[in-house]
Design a protein around this ligand. Structure first.
Ligand code: ASP
Length: 344
């Protein structure tokens, strides 16, 4: 009897919320193709006018635009959300401006260890890699883990060995990811570490931990996918893995919501940030804007963390909240409106 009451109560409370949280995309006019949408990020942090010259900003925006072209081109051609997010993230990984692939930050040992993840909402499939050293495009290996292995996440040596089984994926020496800008950040971090070891109180500047890339897409079938790729944090040690490749923390997609995050990974891990946003949408029926605000501008700063996120829902409503000075971002909305932005 008590069980029956519980079940009835649950059905009364949860089912309407679920039904409300998973709206079918509005019916398209006869023959009009269903709307598609794409949102991307290149990291959040202390990006101020003084720190970013006009020429550098133009170069960053040009690469964001190329990523939008790549991802949106897939969607318009009828490709899947998964293909679109992988195409967009791959462009950003190849750009030296972002902390993913070429241009990734250095570890304390002076190398690079790369993390990435993909997730497809309507199937619930996911793939992730951590601590990669020689795979040029980690997002491609994350997708391969999802599609060609029985596992969700592979790390370190094992992930490299799995990459050996995928000859189509380009391998590079670890120093291929080097850039002079990231080396300067490593030198500065080493100096800070020495001063800290000598007992001085030295704050870690935010630019040491930002620049991750990500993408979330809605395709013509109404399916959502998300992808994230990062070099992690400058001067990271001991095989540190952040939120980006952890499904639910840095990357998450369901039938009604997709999220990719960027920021101080330890806080995104502890708040399971990407899933926290989608759970508010799917289980509580929150609009995605309110859900993302609640987590990015409420929960994360309250814990002492910072950063941002991008995402969209099943209607293609795009959100891009951040609690830092800037976040590299770009979008193409369902009505075709398109843009890139850096500052608030
Ligand atoms: N979230 C990433 C990490 O902690 C860093 C970033 O977003 O730039 O590894």
């Amino acid at each position: 009897m008590r069980l029956a009451c519980c079940v009835l109560l649950l059905a009364a409370c949860v089912l309407p919320a679920l039904a409300g949280a998973r709206p079918a995309p509005s019916p398209a006019a006869d023959d009009a193709p269903a709307p598609v949408a794409l949102v991307i990020h290149g990291g959040a942090g202390v990006i101020t006018r003084e720190q970013l010259s006009e020429a550098d900003e133009a170069a960053v925006r040009a690469d964001l635009d190329r990523a939008l072209d790549a991802g949106h081109g897939v969607l318009v051609a009828g490709g899947t959300a998964l293909e679109a997010v992988v195409a967009a993230v791959r462009v950003l990984e190849d750009s030296p401006w972002f902390n993913a692939g070429k241009g990734a930050v250095f570890t304390a040992e002076g190398g690079h260890e790369l993390d990435a993840a993909v997730m497809e909402g309507h199937t619930g499939r996911a793939g992730a890699v951590a601590g990669l050293r020689t795979v040029r495009n980690p997002v491609l290996l994350a997708r391969a883990v999802m599609e060609h292995s029985p596992h969700v996440m592979l790390a370190g040596e094992g992930a490299e060995r799995f990459a050996d089984t995928r000859p189509e994926l380009e391998r590079v020496p670890n120093d291929w990811f080097d850039t002079p800008r990231r080396r300067e950040q490593l030198e500065a971090a080493r100096e800070r570490a020495q001063r800290q070891a000598a007992g001085q109180a030295v704050a870690t500047p935010a630019e040491a931990r930002f620049g991750t890339v990500g993408a979330v897409a809605l395709d013509r079938h109404g399916h959502i996918a998300a992808a994230t790729s990062t070099g992690g944090m400058t001067y990271k040690r001991w095989g540190r893995v952040g939120d980006a490749p952890v499904i639910g923390a840095g990357t998450y997609a369901s039938t009604g919501c997709g999220i990719s995050t960027t920021g101080w990974g330890e806080f995104y891990l502890r708040s399971v940030a990407a899933h926290a946003i989608c759970a508010r949408v799917e289980l509580r029926g929150d609009p995605i804007g309110a859900a993302a605000e609640d987590v990015i501008n409420g929960l994360i700063p309250a814990m002492g963390g910072d950063g941002g996120a991008i995402g969209l829902d099943a209607r293609g409503t795009i959100v891009m909240p951040f609690n830092t000075a800037g976040m590299y971002r770009g979008w193409v909305a369902t009505d075709g409106r398109r843009g890139t932005a850096v500052f608030r």
